[in-house]
Design a protein around this ligand. Structure first.
Ligand SMILES: [Zn+2]
Length: 198
């Protein structure tokens, strides 16, 4: 019995909103990542922020990335990306759990869209009896596992639920299959012939 090991990597494609009180709007408001960094000299040290804007009134909010850091502690390549307002770096920091926690920022992670990179071609696997998919979710996006498996294998959610109940789809994190994906890494295994039993 041979098992193909494959990997799906969850790649976010947009920044989460941050919900916070807006003093100008006088209520909780959605703040949007502008993709712009601000680097300020503070004595011999630097402060680096990622700039957000209230969706209604454009009031800005600075998400702190570095506070009073010695310039030589910032990698040169990263420093240049701050100055260039690098889009990918702004996306990464908008999802950085440590940065969000440090700022006590309430990010709306379940509105983040994503693509799945990796081998998702499930046809033409006759030489294997089963496939183990390792799912890497580096930003711990809350994604329903059932929905993810169903859409990737092109099965209905009720069918996937049944296959799990029957022990045909298995996982080393079986208790997580009905939850949202919150783990950085988990896996599931299915026999290749389930694709014939739609
Ligand atoms: Zn506002």
């Amino acid at each position: 019995m041979s098992c193909l090991l494959t990997q799906w990597r969850i790649i976010p494609t947009n920044s989460p909103l941050i919900i916070r009180n807006c003093s100008k709007c006088g209520q909780k408001s959605e703040y949007i990542n502008t993709g712009n960094f601000r680097v300020n000299a503070n004595g011999n040290n630097l402060d680096v922020w990622l700039i957000y804007q209230c969706n209604k009134c454009k009031t800005t909010y600075n998400l702190s990335i570095y506070e009073r850091i010695s310039p030589n502690k910032i990698p040169k390549s990263e420093y240049e990306k701050f100055l260039a307002n690098d889009i990918d770096l702004a996306l990464q920091y908008s999802l950085n759990k440590d940065v969000l926690r440090k700022n006590k920022a309430q990010a709306v992670l379940d509105m983040v869209e994503f693509v799945i990179a990796g081998d998702t071609a499930m046809e033409g696997l006759p030489q294997h009896n089963s496939v183990t998919v390792e799912i890497i979710n580096p930003y711990n996006l809350p994604i329903r596992t059932l929905r993810l498996i169903a859409s990737q294998l092109n099965l209905s959610r009720s069918k996937v639920r049944k296959l799990i109940e029957q022990g045909i789809i298995t996982s080393s994190n079986i208790n997580d299959l009905n939850k949202k994906v919150i783990n950085n890494k988990w896996d599931f295994t299915y026999p290749t012939n389930i694709l014939d039993t739609k």
